[in-house]
Design a protein around this ligand. Structure first.
Ligand SMILES: [Zn+2]
Length: 72
């Protein structure tokens, strides 16, 4: 079980990855296949567009219950 601040409503993919132990590659494929989280487009300094996933705290709970940390 993971503990999060209840005041925090949104989590970046990096935060979710470190909280759940699920690597970014698996996290993104889980998000797509399970319809969890949503894509936010972050404008990089160089002007390139980077895809970033954002997750709500309920998405985070589902991920932490259904999926175990990566073992690779
Ligand atoms: Zn993984």
């Amino acid at each position: 079980m993971i503990t999060i601040k209840s005041s925090q409503k949104l989590f970046t993919e990096d935060e979710v990855s470190s909280l759940t132990g699920i690597c970014l590659d698996h996290l993104r494929s889980l998000a797509r296949s399970k319809h969890l989280g949503f894509l936010a487009r972050a404008a990089e300094a160089a002007g390139a567009q980077a895809e970033k996933w954002l997750f709500t705290n309920s998405d985070l709970m589902v991920l932490s219950v259904l999926f175990t940390r990566c073992q690779h």
